[in-house]
Write a protein of this length. Structure first.
Length: 506
């Protein structure tokens, strides 16, 4: 008989926890930034069961962008402080220039999203936009219409494999579709993204009357053979926890973008349902005593005492926060998702015991660079093998920071400013659009005759779009948008957007 199930106790994540983790992150990222040239990036720490100084990779590696993504978050949080995050992050982003069009695996999505997409969101510089389109086309070249998916890899015999991880890379299609003014490109990118997500739901998400299996994921689908196997989990029939978390995050993200397009309303519903099914399975399995706390074993079917994976926990927390804000999710469930995400982040945030999940290095201790500990690349009996076990991992740190910021957006402090604000002149006036801010209850649109302000409020809206029907004629106008959350906290203003050719406005 196994141990009886004992519910995991909810933990609280305070504003102080978030702030002290962000300050600690800044300290740790600075050590790495000071040590590594801008075309050399963190991979994982060198020894199993330990932190340390990052082993490194060049821009071609799939993990290369995560450190740059973390730097952009530092710029977002701390602005242009004495550490000069914008300049550092921008220089590192530019090192990825050739990478956006280099033929490579599905991981081009991770790289572009962490580098040029963040650069555009946080600086508004138009020169970054074509890089996002290049990356979408690089991923698009991997789309296999006969199978309805972007391929991960193929071996020397032409055997095509797709991993559940690919769900994450679809965001570059969705983002490019939102940003382009070319309808043909938009429709093509959207179609590939939606089709891949629908196909993956069929081939990777298990259906079963057993609640320990229903909504779980299998890792690698072999399209030539029609079978699904594992690469990094312990068995073809097991549930590798990071794969499960890629699915949770990937389907929540796919819902966020797809729901905007009426022609894909049915698919948007499927994506939201799938994000919930995969999340519900994750939480049911996490409650099994073998995990011991809010951080999962590397595989939900592993034996008690097997390695943990903090990267899966950070990803799952980020996904659950997103789902906890969606009105269409039943309110009890939203509450459970919030409690679970908060408890996961609190567990990761507070180093304690002899096997802590987070480092506690001093600023002088340059030999300790990662933020989190105990992230596992692979602990498989075959396939990916046993490698890089319970170490610091660049994407564990990235998703930990992202989840902390998502939690702050919705449940503490101020939400982040809306990103990707665009203003375009139309017959009806000026259309102002932006990307959603998680946790925003309303958005306030403000207009000024000078980019330096003062900005005057011209309307509030719950949707990420607004038409200024009273734009004065013959003037160059400028717009900013703020987000206000349910606690009435208003973000700082977005970057300024100015429609081209306003001088000829109606
Ligand atoms: N996408 C590779 C991994 O999750 O390890």
């Amino acid at each position: 008989m196994g141990k009886p199930a004992r519910p995991l106790q909810p933990l609280t994540l305070t504003a102080e926890d978030i702030n002290s983790n962000l300050a600690y992150a800044e300290q740790q990222l600075l050590k790495t930034e000071n040590r590594l040239e801008e075309n050399v990036h963190p991979r994982f720490t060198p020894t199993d069961f330990q932190g340390g100084q990052w082993l490194t990779i060049d821009t071609k590696d799939w993990r290369a962008g995560f450190f740059n993504g973390s730097e952009w978050m530092m710029f977002e949080v701390f602005g242009d402080n004495a550490n000069g995050w914008r300049q550092k992050a921008e220089a590192r982003t530019r090192a990825f220039s050739a990478e956006m069009s280099r033929p490579q695996t599905h991981d081009i999505g991770f790289k572009a999203l962490n580098t040029y997409a963040q650069a555009l969101r946080l600086t508004g510089l138009e020169e970054f936009k074509p890089k996002i389109f290049e990356a979408a086309n690089t991923l698009g070249n991997r789309f296999m219409p006969e199978h309805g998916v972007t391929k991960s890899w193929e071996d020397a015999n032409g055997e095509l494999r797709v991993i559940i991880d690919n769900m994450m890379n679809l965001e570059i299609f969705f983002l490019a579709a939102d940003l382009t003014t070319n309808a043909e490109d938009r429709d093509r990118w959207l179609k590939m993204a939606v089709t891949h997500a629908v196909t993956s739901e069929k081939n990777h998400i298990r259906d079963s009357s057993d609640p320990n299996i229903d909504g779980s994921t299998c890792h690698v689908f072999f399209y030539n053979r029609g079978v699904c196997k594992t690469h990094q989990g312990i068995a073809d029939s097991s549930t590798w926890t990071r794969g499960q978390a890629w699915a949770m995050y990937g389907y929540a993200m796919a819902y966020r973008y797809t729901k905007k397009w009426p022609q894909y309303a049915k698919e948007a519903e499927l994506f939201l349902a799938t994000a919930q099914r995969t999340s519900d399975l994750y939480l049911r399995r996490l409650a099994e005593p073998r995990n011991g706390d809010w951080i999962p074993l590397h595989d939900f079917d592993a034996e008690e005492g097997a390695p943990k994976d903090t990267s899966a926990a950070a990803l799952a927390a980020a996904a659950l926060i997103e789902l906890s804000t969606i009105d269409k999710v039943e309110s009890d469930k939203r509450g459970r998702y919030k409690v679970a995400a908060e408890s996961m982040l609190a567990t990761l945030s507070r180093p304690s015991g002899d096997k802590p999940y987070r480092t506690t290095a001093s600023p002088e201790d340059v030999a300790q660079e990662s933020i989190l500990l105990r992230a596992t690349t692979s602990f498989a009996t075959a396939g990916g093998g046993k490698k890089d076990i319970e170490r610091g991992l660049s994407y564990a740190d990235y998703y930990f920071l992202e989840a902390l910021l998502r939690f702050q957006d919705v449940y503490g402090g101020k939400p982040r400013a809306p990103g990707f604000v665009k203003a375009a002149k139309t017959a009806a006036g000026v259309d102002v659009t932006w990307s959603e801010t998680r946790g925003a209850a309303t958005y306030t649109v403000k207009r000024a005759a000078s980019a330096a302000g003062p900005f005057e409020t011209i309307g509030t809206t719950t949707e990420p779009k607004f038409t200024d029907t009273k734009a004065p004629a013959g003037q160059v106008l400028h717009y900013v948008v703020t987000a206000t959350n349910h606690a009435q906290a208003e973000s700082v203003a977005s970057l300024v957007a100015s429609p081209a050719a306003m001088a000829s406005a109606p």
